[in-house]
Design a protein around this ligand. Structure first.
Ligand SMILES: CC(=O)SCCNC(=O)CCNC(=O)[C@H](O)C(C)(C)COP(=O)(O)OP(=O)(O)OC[C@H]1O[C@@H](n2cnc3c(N)ncnc32)[C@H](O)[C@@H]1OP(=O)(O)O
Ligand SMILES: O=C([O-])CC(=O)C(=O)O
Length: 379
């Protein structure tokens, strides 16, 4: 019997203050620096949201111009980072590539050993600007394609898609991508952000914290779920000739079987939200637009069938990864690229938390209750 109460997974434990975002499961709301995420997704660019997360306020037009100029100047793939990526097998998981790239960028950063707020702000902006090129190039090289150089006449989202596909995308697609980046940007003390804060609390550097956070995000219980959602769709089978109703019926049967076998189905459930994820309606609206744009109602059938069967059996609701996965699929990203897209976005939230942690730091070091052998001695 434990002397101390054990809170497995730190569930329900409040660890520290944060002013970056507020997740409220009772009102099913999410605020970034006080602003509802839905409002930001409807009215702002991802660049404005990044600025808000780091600075606490939305930028003035002059501040935004200065910020976007810096972001655009930092978009090109560093030749050394490219060399390192090229040295990795094309079978490496793209999250491993992202993690390695973040680490290399840290070791090469001119301010590597400087952890002042100013230096960390510069490092955060550099990672934010450069990660899309890493994600886009890694997807391209897996398909035998070359780097597409960034364009400084395009905003963050349009340029990201340009570098990934080498073609300009129509405004509806850019808009849906921008929405996904904003929704993925920040979510209080989730596992990857907490990892970043733990690393920062030892007074380690920003890139080490981001590299660790990428590792935490990779797992299917966290960011890896957006990739896993697509594996589920693939396992059920995507049949473009099928009607919405036919696809929904097959998906329902698949889910009933999966739950009968006590499987965990990725893209459903959440540690904090128990009545639905605040971000899902906005992401689902973006998915609906992409389904209409690409003319793929059978994907909506699969989506609805799984959601309905899960709701009927267990009343467990989808999380953000559920609509995000098929949205990225429709845009043309390959499945292993989905979680790196989450990385590119969450760099903003992670680094905002790293700076907040440093502003009022205390080493994060919880206790454990020992349940191994009683004291014993060598013979
Ligand atoms: C952006 C994000 O990171 S969002 C999260 C992405 N992760 C996923 O989609 C992975 C799938 N979901 C899960 O594994 C969980 O819901 C988690 C890890 C996200 C949250 O888990 P917890 O709060 O620890 O809840 P826990 O895993 O204990 O689940 C509670 C009950 O619901 C069930 N449950 C929860 N999620 C699911 C699921 N996706 N599929 C099937 N059953 C589920 C559990 O089996 C458990 O049932 P039991 O009480 O009969 O054992
Ligand atoms: O908050 C969490 O535990 C996971 C999540 O939704 C996120 O990181 O966006």
């Amino acid at each position: 019997m434990a002397e101390n109460e054990i809170k497995k997974g730190l569930a329900g434990v409040v660890v520290d203050y944060t002013a970056v975002s507020k997740v409220n499961p009772d009102t099913n709301s999410l605020l970034y620096r006080g602003y509802p995420v839905q409002e930001l997704a409807a009215r702002c660019s991802f660049e404005e949201v990044a600025y808000l997360l780091w600075n606490g306020e939305l930028p003035t037009p002059e501040q935004l111009a200065e910020f976007t100029a810096k972001e655009r100047a930092g978009r090109a793939l560093d030749p050394v980072v490219k060399q390192v990526i090229d040295a990795l097998p094309t079978t490496s998981h793209p999250m491993d590539v992202c993690r390695t790239a973040a680490s290399v960028m840290g070791a090469r950063h001119p301010l590597a050993e400087d952890s002042s707020r100013e230096a960390n702000m510069a490092k955060a902006l550099d990672l934010f600007a450069a990660m899309p090129a890493v994600v886009a190039y890694d997807q391209r090289r897996r398909h035998g394609q070359d780097v597409v150089e960034p364009r400084d006449d395009l905003g963050y989202s349009a340029n990201f898609l340009w570098m990934a596909f080498g073609e300009e995308q129509v405004p509806e697609v850019v808009e849906a991508f921008n929405v996904s980046m904003i929704l993925y940007a920040e979510h209080s003390f989730n596992a990857s952000t907490f990892t970043a804060r733990v690393i920062t609390s030892t007074l380690s550097d920003l890139h080490s914290a981001v590299t660790g956070a990428i590792g935490a995000l990779k797992g299917p219980l966290h960011g890896g779920a957006n990739e896993a959602v697509m594996h589920t769709f693939d396992e059920i089978g995507i049949r473009q000739e099928e009607s919405l109703e036919e696809a929904a019926a097959r998906a329902k049967t698949w889910m009933e079987n999966a739950l009968a076998q006590k499987k965990k189905v990725m893209g459903f459930g959440h540690r904090v939200y128990k009545h639905g994820d605040s971000r899902v309606p906005t992401m689902k609206a973006a998915l609906d637009k992409m389904i209409a744009h690409y003319g793929r109602p059978e994907l909506l059938g699969l989506y609805n069938g799984l959601e309905q069967a899960m709701d009927e059996a267990k009343a467990i609701k989808p999380n953000l990864d559920y609509p995000a996965g098929p949205t990225y699929h429709l845009m043309g990203f390959d499945t292993p690229t989905f979680t790196p897209l989450f990385v590119a976005s969450r760099i903003t939230g992670w680094t905002a938390h790293i700076m907040e942690q440093l502003d009022a730091n205390s080493l994060i070091r919880p206790l454990s209750e020992y349940n191994g052998h009683e004291e014993r001695h060598l013979p």
